[in-house]
Design a protein around this ligand. Structure first.
Ligand SMILES: [Zn+2]
Length: 325
């Protein structure tokens, strides 16, 4: 059977671009998902293989996993650059972007990470001095050749996880889940988290569902500005854990690993072993030991009765489904 060059057409129902292959002899058609253009991404002279992305709701332990990965030899976790942030927020504000233009979104993400993963004397945390001649400032530093694996860790990556799996077909994802009441207590004491709720930044005109704010329906959008800050924090957590649950239906089990923040306490050795098996990176259990205080269950003393009630009214189903209630 001879296949000819595919014509590209858009599926009327899903909007997904598909390649239609025709056999001229019998006129039979085989409708196949449109394969991405092959790509090879080389950063610092190293081919990017199986990048690791760590995801989770804000204050759910992403930084803890990031710290452990960052300390393994040869692993480079990029620092958040404006390019990465712009790409992530563009997709978070308009999730349909990634489906309407999968190829363009994949290129946008790969370009952003290729820049973020570059190790130059100016960006490398191990290079002692930032005073370098201009001609060397953009070149890979002496540590760049030691990097064998790449990754990124930011709660906001959750909003573009599906697009990341399209951009990097061999990517693996580690997501971490934490009790939404502790998350809310932490968000309420974090100025950066609260910044998002300022009227000047909380633009609710974007398409629904809006996973960033956790708003799914028109009625939730209409009521949103009247919610307490604790309820808004709980909605962000709820939106994040719903996305996390959806990822199980999107990603192959070999691509997705889920950790529970509460299980890490006293379970560092098991978690490190699971991370090693899953990512192929030798994570040290001692790097998973938390120094954070207050910690598990601290919501009991940090949330008022009213705030607890607000959190439950927004996220009771998810708290219950995850075993926290
Ligand atoms: Zn360096």
């Amino acid at each position: 059977m001879t296949l000819v060059t595919p014509r590209v057409r858009r599926c009327a129902r899903s909007g997904i671009r598909r390649g239609v292959y025709e056999t001229p002899a019998k006129g039979a058609k085989i409708d196949l998902p449109m394969k991405q253009q092959p790509y090879i991404l080389v950063v610092n002279g190293t081919k990017v293989r199986r990048p690791v992305f760590v995801l989770g709701a804000p204050h759910s332990g992403v930084n803890l996993i990031a710290q452990a990965l960052r300390r393994t030899p040869g692993f480079h976790l990029g620092s958040i650059t404006p390019g990465v942030l712009n790409a992530v927020y563009a997709i978070a504000r308009r999730p349909s972007l990634a489906e309407e233009n999968a190829s363009g979104t994949a290129t946008l993400l790969r370009d952003a990470f290729a820049e973020a993963w570059q190790l130059t004397p100016l960006t490398c945390p191990r290079c002692p001095t930032k005073r370098v001649p201009a001609r060397k400032a953009a070149e890979p530093c002496r540590h760049a050749r030691e990097v064998t694996r790449f990754g990124d860790a930011s709660p906001d990556l959750l909003y573009c996880a599906k697009a990341l799996s399209t951009a990097f077909e061999d990517a693996v994802f580690v997501q971490i889940i934490r009790d939404g009441r502790d998350v809310t207590a932490d968000m309420l004491s974090d100025d950066h988290s609260l910044t998002w709720f300022r009227p000047s930044l909380a633009n609710l005109d974007h398409e629904l569902p809006n996973p960033f704010f956790g708003i799914e329906t028109e009625s939730e959008r209409a009521d949103y500005q009247g919610l307490s800050t604790a309820a808004k924090c709980a909605m962000r957590w709820r939106g994040a854990v719903r996305l996390s649950a959806q990822l199980h239906g999107v990603l192959d089990p070999r691509q997705l690993m889920t950790l529970r923040y509460e299980d890490l306490a006293g379970g560092e050795v098991e978690a490190a072993e699971r991370l090693r098996e899953f990512t192929g990176t030798r994570v040290s259990a001692k790097d998973l030991v938390r120094s954070k205080s207050p910690d598990i269950g601290s919501w009991r003393s940090r949330l008022t009765t009213e705030q607890c009630s607000d959190v439950k009214s927004v996220a009771r189903v998810e708290l219950s489904r995850l075993g926290y209630l």
